[in-house]
Design a protein around this ligand. Structure first.
Ligand code: PHE
Ligand code: FE
Length: 295
């Protein structure tokens, strides 16, 4: 097999547009350059140092337990031995973004797609799409946690279902992913901690989400989250806080069909709104917020 493709977003005069691909590929580990390994090392060291006292214990302990280290870009096959033994999940290599249904089907079968290629040195702080660092460092450790692992599978199954129901259901389900898997916070005995992959793989947002006075931090409520629009191009205006992974799993267990029907009758909420019934950990000052761009 030749080296797989590196499928990146396309830069156009309308900005960056996603390109989708469905292939599952062997990780071309021997093709990584010294620069690729150095990028991994730099990002790994930087984030691990920052995340002590910021990421939840489950994230850090799982990362160690699965043998993910700064030494070099990990081999999917080696991580898979530990992951399969722990929770039965398998990492599969992909070339870039997957169409929604393809992504859901992988999750529903306890397969997590990981982009095989890593960002370029000039993209250390930001890129507009998932790469190996985001996928592997950010998403994979918590798949070692039995409850979170079951949540991800249930999410995949729910995604297949929402896809068949229609675009509104899909948008509501995607908001749930965004505000939990990607940008979730968890309340612990030591204070708020990060578990969302989009946060742990970002230096700026790892600091912002816990330290900034600008953002809202609001207790997790399923329907509230599913109504809330979000931003893909700036730090989040609002973070939702779970009490435990079990709470998240239990809250998302019931059939969503009646919820989708009910939410179809209600307007979506701006990313930065605080609502009357919210359990407010912090009401943000809103400093620096842009008015447009909620998705
Ligand atoms: N219970 C949801 C449904 O019936 C599926 C789901 C589980 C969705 C967990 C997200 C997370 O659609
Ligand atoms: Fe992600």
């Amino acid at each position: 097999m030749g080296t797989p493709n590196r499928i990146e977003n396309l830069m156009t005069d309308k900005g960056s547009v996603p390109v989708y691909t469905t292939a599952v590929v062997e990780q071309p580990w021997d093709s990584y350059t010294e620069q690729d390994h150095a990028t991994w090392r730099t990002l790994f060291q930087r984030q691990r140092e920052l995340l002590v006292g910021r990421a939840c214990d489950e994230f850090l302990a799982s990362q160690d337990a699965m043998g993910m280290t700064e030494a070099a870009i990990p081999k999917f096959a080696e991580l898979n031995e530990r992951l399969q033994a722990a929770t039965g999940w398998t990492l599969v290599g992909v070339e870039g973004l997957l169409p929604e249904l393809t992504f859901f089907e992988h999750l529903a079968n306890r397969r997590f797609p990981v982009t095989w290629w890593i960002r370029r040195p000039e993209q250390l702080d930001y890129l507009s799409e998932p790469d190996l660092f985001h996928d592997l460092f950010g998403h994979v450790p918590l798949l070692m946690n039995p409850v979170f692992a079951d949540y991800m599978e249930a999410y995949g199954k729910g995604g297949v279902k929402a896809h068949a129901i229609g675009p509104d259901a899909l948008a509501q389900l995607t908001r749930l992913y965004w505000y939990t898997v990607e940008f979730g916070l968890i309340d612990t005995k030591d204070g708020l901690r990060i578990y969302g992959s989009g946060i742990v793989s970002s230096k700026g947002e790892s600091i912002h989400c816990l330290d900034s006075a600008a953002c809202n931090r609001i207790g997790f409520d399923l329907e509230r989250v599913m109504r809330t629009r979000y931003r893909i191009d700036t730090f989040q205006k609002t973070y939702f806080v779970i009490d435990s992974f079990q709470q998240l799993f239990d809250a998302t267990g019931p059939d969503f069909s009646p919820i989708y029907a009910r939410l179809a009758q209600q307007p979506s909420l701006p990313a930065g709104d605080v609502q009357a019934g919210d359990r407010v950990f912090q009401k943000g000052t809103g400093e620096g917020w842009l008015n447009d761009g909620d998705v």
